[in-house]
Design a protein around this ligand. Structure first.
Ligand SMILES: NC(=O)c1ccc[n+]([C@@H]2O[C@H](COP(=O)([O-])OP(=O)(O)OC[C@H]3O[C@@H](n4cnc5c(N)ncnc54)[C@H](OP(=O)(O)O)[C@@H]3O)[C@@H](O)[C@H]2O)c1
Length: 284
């Protein structure tokens, strides 16, 4: 049975350690953190593994997960390398959404196979995370053999692994941020405008929620090209002019213009040429 050591028993570390212990396919070797009282509680949650608070005490393992904050991954890898911990051929990986395997370069120089495994999942509460993890997509990137072994690891935890293109990590994370954070920002933009129009607050959620859910379902099921509707697609210059007037003193104008240009691009040749040019001149 493969052995796993987890460095950093925060939200993700303790959840993954628990899932690995429950899988029956991996033996949890060491679980490591810096401060003993929270660590003891984390170890109790995980239910397996030897509690270690000094990196030099880590025993040789097959897999090492560095589940520390993104900003600490590189220094943690340097400390592991300085301690001469991971044996040649072992897999050292982290779970950052944006950082790639190069953060673990000091370990690669010592013969470890390095990679990143990012579960597209929120580990806000480890208990709920362990319950709800099944089916989570896990993005893999890094050394070929490490990705193969981590694919098996992700599947054993109940995840659905997939590979990113080399160098694709930043674009992957930007895509997720646009899908998640920008959707929230769009909701707030729409809320500000409907409030300005006098829509009662208690109707904001049903008004915007119904439209947004329907639109999102359409965009995901039909694809953005076929789901697109609205004044820009119709080449309705007058409506866009009225939007720009009402937005003039809101601070929302730059975002409206930038997104409007994206809609023009998505409309493609469904927009007649004169209308397309007029719209672009309004939106720049
Ligand atoms: N949380 C999520 O939903 C989620 C989702 C996907 C990916 N991730 C990724 O998972 C990783 C961990 O995130 P997290 O949310 O679990 O962070 P977290 O809850 O803040 O936990 C980080 C843990 O690392 C420990 N730590 C920090 N520096 C350390 C060091 N040098 N040596 C040993 N332990 C150290 C911290 O201990 P102290 O208490 O002593 O500081 C803490 O227990 C990050 O790369 C993050 O991007 C997180």
């Amino acid at each position: 049975m493969q052995t796993l050591t987890v460095v950093g028993l925060g939200r993700l570390g303790r959840s993954v350690a628990r899932l690995a212990a429950l899988s029956g396919a991996y033996r949890l070797l060491d679980v490591m953190g810096r401060r003993l009282p929270p660590l003891e509680e984390a170890r109790a949650f995980v239910g397996a593994g030897r509690l270690v608070s000094d990196i030099r005490q880590l025993a040789p393992a097959d897999l090492y997960l560095l589940a520390v904050p993104d900003a600490a991954i590189a220094s943690c890898a340097r400390a592991l390398a300085a301690a001469g911990v991971a044996p040649e051929g072992s897999v050292v990986f982290h779970a950052s959404g944006v950082g790639d395997a190069s953060l673990l370069q000091p370990m690669a120089e010592q013969g470890a196979l390095t990679a990143s495994l990012h579960p597209a999942f929120s580990f806000a509460d480890p208990g709920r995370a362990v319950e709800g993890f099944a089916g989570t997509l896990c993005a893999l990137e890094g050394d070929e053999e490490a990705c193969r072994r981590l694919g098996a690891f992700a599947r054993a935890l109940g995840g659905r692994p997939f590979r990113l293109a080399p160098g694709g990590k930043a674009a992957y994370h930007a895509g997720l941020s646009v899908a998640s954070n920008f959707l929230v920002a769009l909701t707030e933009m729409a809320r500000q405008l409907t409030a300005r129009a006098g829509v009662p607050p208690e109707l904001t959620q049903p008004l915007l929620g119904g439209l947004m859910r329907q639109t999102l379902d359409n965009a995901l099921e039909m694809g953005p090209y076929d789901a697109l509707t609205g004044p820009i697609l119709r080449g309705d210059i007058g409506t866009v002019e009225r939007h720009l007037e009402v937005l003039a003193d809101t601070g929302l104008l730059p975002a409206y213009r930038a997104l409007g240009r994206q809609v023009v691009a998505l409309a493609g040749d469904r927009l007649q040429e004169p209308a397309r040019q007029q719209l672009l001149s309004l939106l720049y």
